[in-house]
Design a protein around this ligand. Sequence first.
Ligand code: AMP
Ligand code: ZN
Length: 667
Amino acid sequence: MDIQNTIQKIREELNLHNHNYYVLDTPTISDFEFDLKLKQLQDLENKYPEYFDENSPSQRVGGTITKNFQTVAHEHRMYSLDNSYSKEELMDWEKRIQKVLGDVPLEYTCELKYDGASISITYENGKLKRAVTRGDGFQGDDVTNNIKTIKSIPLKLKGNFPDKFDVRGEIILPFAGFEKMNQDLIEIGELPYSNPRNTASGSLKLQDSAEVAKRPLDCLLYFLIGNNLPFKSQFEGLETARNWGFKVPKEAKLANNLAEVFEFIDYWDIHRHDLPYETDGVVVKVNSFHFQDELGFTAKSPRWAIAYKFKSEQVSTRLNSISYQVGRTGSITPVANLEPVQLAGTIVKRASLHNADQIEKLDIRVGDTVFVEKGGEIIPKIIAVDLSKRPENTEPTKYITHCPECNTALVRTEGEANHYCPNFYGCPPQIIGRIQHYISRKAMDIEGLGGETVALLFNNGLVHNYADLYELTVDQILPLERMAQKSAENLVKGVENSKNIPFERVLFAIGIRYVGETVAKKLAKHYKSIDALRQATLMDLILVDEIGERIAQSVIDFFENQENRIIIDRLKSFGVQFEIVEHINPNATDKLSGKTFVVSGVFEKFSRDDLKKAIEDNGGKVGSSISAKTDYVVAGDNMGPAKLDKATKLNIPIISEDDFMNLINEG
Ligand code: AMP
Ligand code: ZN
């Protein structure tokens, strides 16, 4: 077979797997095999650039940089939707429609209103041509390169599609992905994002499409527009779009009258909390295109569609004061201290104000009565000030200019939302935070020492940095509040034991900005010792797989600081691990390398722990639950029925302990 055909075949295969995984949610290949195929395609495309295709699945990894997004006019205007908040309003809406159409029976399509950023994507001859943000409805930004990285958006269509049309959809960030992103941020000491919607819409305007590719974005489709569309109603349109390869949520329903619309609303008002993404209402659309044409548009929105907004629980209360918190990396978060009030089953006393811009936007002042709402996030937010209740003689809130903890003048970097305190080595919460990070479970895991004790040690002048921990004596600690002989001894012992913690975790523990657990592992594996890492230049670092400029620069900055170098040297002199110690296991092989196993049930020849160890000793990974990433399930007696079911559904081979023995003894 000639090369061009081979390339074409792999592309089609990858498109199909993407569709199965991201649109249908039923993976048909392991991640490992997918990556292999993708690699194969990339190699071929590199070797034969004449067969380049801008819609090849290899383009989904991103990598193009857009400095300025081009403004593009929408061929079909992107309208807003009118909102309604009650069933009465919907009945009024129907009456207005019947005034135009007469007393005809009306069908409605009911869809959920996905809360994200809207996008318009043009397809020509079945290929994704261009993606544009909504902008002002008449024109938006061309974000094609970023959009192509979203795996649920087809780059090529299947079936019988018109030559040219636009699709409209919502770019969203499902809760799970959003939380994962935030965990990663917290881990490297950064501030988490405040909500999925803003994060999704911010993602569309990132300059580096490779960054967008890493975000677990999704696109839910709700509308098609163009000439000669092969269907006559909204509902048919959704079904057709699904057949062409788009992700159209199956919750959409055809209602034969307003009563059925109300049923849909009542159902989803409760069950929307079970959905994996955020919704803020229902969109009701007159189903027939013929009727839609007759109804037309107002200046801003179609007359044939209306949004019904779910009520989010809201209360009003008084803002007593604003305080400012200093995080481990020095970033400042303003916090609203509220008169305690009951909201959605909990008592709310505080709400995040995010940053200076937010305070200015709300024009929020101490003494104001404010509306507090609980959305998808855990921390409630202040959505508005009740100006009618504003006391006289209040002044606009002045954001602090100096650190509340160390009085250093605050800095705000261009393009960043938050102020921060630059007094890295002298600002108490930053010092304490760094030591707390150092001792934390995923870092040095120092038993017998907790976050509060760290603060106590610092406040009593016993430690100023994490190296000081190693010089603490029982006699020094004993006089501290609530410190008994036994706990003092445990603390010292815990610190001593941390000298066995492997290098990769030490590297995470010392808290270099942007160096989280995963990055620390990569760097440790690559450089093998702190001395080698210290000597690396910016260029060296960037060349390490998956290390970008931001991380590289942060590593350089860390070691350029004399104070850091002294601390590291002291840690070294105490015997903390600053090199990789290779563990040599006589039975070790790499036969299972790249494969993930899930172990389930009771075994005869092995204990479960032995089995897991055997997997790891032979280069495999042990997964905790069955997912698309699992390559094999090793099943003993009494394997759980849920697991069995899942493995069968995902087509994952289930092997016995004998099969497993054969696997590792083979060859
Ligand atoms: P608004 O921004 O309040 O004017 O609401 C209109 C926006 O709702 C549209 O621009 C879409 O981005 C969004 N939307 C979310 N789900 C749907 C849906 N099922 N149908 C139409 N629009 C939707
Ligand atoms: Zn400070």
